[in-house]
Design a protein around this ligand. Sequence first.
Ligand code: ZN
Length: 235
Amino acid sequence: MSHRLLANAWTRALAVFALSLAPLFAVCAYSQAAALPGTTKLLYGPGKIVPIPAAIPHEEGDMVDKRIVPDLRWIAKRYPIFVTDGYSGPLPNGEHAGCNRCHVRGSDHYNGLAVDLVPLNGDGKCDATWAPITRLALWAEPEQNKPRLPFRWVGYDGDEGHGCGNHLHLSWNHASAPEYTLASWVEVFPVTGLTPGAPSTKTPPPAPAPKRPAAPPGGISQVTTGGLSPNGSGD
Ligand SMILES: [Zn+2]
């Protein structure tokens, strides 16, 4: 057999082998996606205020800390959300992102670690278009004022100025940081292994009891960094 024929035979053999593995990979991808999100993790990598990617429907000009973008993508793939505000504050170029001081003092919007959501293509009224947003709110906060990690504060029904027909607020847990600065760490749910086109879950994924990760070095408290006032502060 010539070298060329031998090489062809090998190529065919490898191709057949790879094809035989394809269903295995597909199953892995599905089970990973279905199991998400799992245990949360703390991201110590440097943050940056970036424009929200087009894959996440949003109001023009909206920005967030890039460290929560993967979580937002994950949510946008499963729930028909539209982001109405993310980071709210000055930008290095002298411009301003988001609304101007429309959030409460100490809001996570001032660190780029919160978003306000309404239904994509909603009509502003509390109607059927809000059903997925309500499911998302209940997934993030199964019990009033007890948000599931990595969420720090969830504003919806029961919180003044929030809820069906108004908006859903999601804040990610993070190191304490002054307004208009980036937090040294942010808590997120991992989305590695999430493959584009993976079957979306119609109902929120099962709710494994979130495990608190090990305390961050330096003894920084990872417990909620702001008030959980029942009157809706934290929006
Ligand atoms: Zn908000």
